[in-house]
Design a protein around this ligand. Structure first.
Ligand code: KG4
Ligand code: ZN
Length: 338
């Protein structure tokens, strides 16, 4: 079973080829960051237009990298949501057309399912069931993953996602879009303890999160101060420490509550070095193992979509009738046509 995966939910155009027996054969990604930088964030219309330009060359390159051609492909998987609707529709229409021309089934994939399964791309893949901390630009969730498509959300952010909080705070610090990774780099030089921000929701039971207050804490800390490099780095450090502490403690509680022996860290914020280190400690102390994809498979990529599509196709679940895409789509919810 061999599947080509297409990801266009936001500002990355990505294509990959995954083979059930041999693993990942090729993955290509084109980042639109330079295109959106001048605007300080993703411009949806520009994103859609650029996906149109990039998809076909990326498919050709991925097939060439995999040393194969379309005849060996058994299915076409694409991200059907959640994401920017225009960008999703480009991927959906493109995938449907490829599948039609190649006479293969088309498999719509939930973007978050792709993130959740991304650690299965690595050599030390976890087996089901596992607990997952999913931290991306749009979502922050603790998910009990009992099997393919069997997800129980244990907790989630009541306001900003962790990645969104990183990006907004980065903007306050004068860092260019996308700010999350840049803030993390700045925090490396910051002194811990000069500023101390709250650890939201840790004083309450439950596994929900809230990150919007941290942006305000950063704003208050910066107010009236000279924005020298040291101060910016110290604020970045205080912010990152607060987010990492909160995510680590809630993950510890979720491990305790579920008794799971594998903890998965997934989504773009999973690329954060300090978070990876802390979660490894948390897992070890709880008698669990941490599984985290390499950083490039934490952030958006086509490999996770090809993998998830391949697993879905193997279970026989695929649609080949309508083009489906949803801007908002809860994990486990029904996918309906446009
Ligand atoms: O999963 P992802 O690529 O896209 C979504 O599905 O949202 O996640 C993107 C998010 C952005 O908010 C970005 O700032 C954040 O992941 N991010 C990071 C790091 N690298 C990416 N946040 C903190 N530290 C990083 N190293
Ligand atoms: Zn994502």
């Amino acid at each position: 079973m061999r599947v080509i995966g297409i990801e266009t939910s936001c500002d990355e155009t990505a294509v990959a080829v995954y083979d059930a027996a041999r693993g990942l054969l090729a993955h290509r990604l084109y980042s639109q960051i330079p295109l959106h930088r001048a605007y300080g964030g993703v411009v949806p219309e520009l994103a859609s237009r650029d996906h149109v330009r990039r998809l076909l060359p990326l498919v050709r390159e991925a097939l060439a990298d995999a040393g194969t051609d379309r005849r060996t492909i058994d299915g076409v998987a694409y991200t059907a949501g959640p994401g920017l609707i225009g960008a999703l529709l480009v991927g959906a229409g493109f995938a449907r057309s490829l599948a039609y021309a190649w006479e293969r089934p088309v498999v719509p994939v939930h973007h978050l399912e792709g993130h959740l399964l991304a650690p299965l791309l690595e050599a030390d893949a976890p087996g089901f069931p596992f607990l997952a901390l999913l931290v991306s630009g749009g979502h922050t969730q603790l998910v009990d993953v009992r099997g393919l498509g069997d997800y129980r959300i244990l907790g989630e952010s009541l306001d900003d996602a962790a990645g969104e909080a990183f990006d907004k705070t980065a903007k306050l610090l004068g860092l260019p879009y996308p700010g999350g990774a840049a803030l993390a780099r700045l925090a490396e030089t910051g002194r811990p303890g000069r500023f101390v921000f709250p650890r939201p929701m840790l004083d309450r039971g439950g596994l929900d999160f809230s990150f919007s207050g941290l942006k305000t804490a950063a704003l208050v800390a910066l107010r009236g101060r000279l924005l020298d490099d040291e101060t910016r780095a110290d604020v970045a450090r205080a912010f990152e420490d607060a987010v990492v502490d909160t995510l680590a403690e809630k993950s510890r509680r979720a491990l305790e509550a579920t008794g799971r022996r594998s903890l998965v860290l997934a989504g773009g914020v999973g690329a954060n070095r300090r978070l990876r280190e802390r979660l490894r400690e948390v897992a070890r102390a709880s008698g669990a193992a941490l599984h985290v994809p390499r950083p490039e498979f934490c952030t958006d990529n086509g490999a996770m979509i090809a993998l998830a599509g391949c697993m879905r196709l193997q279970t026989g679940a695929h649609r080949d009738v309508s083009i489906t895409a949803r801007a908002a789509w809860e994990l486990g919810g029904q996918l309906t046509g446009v």
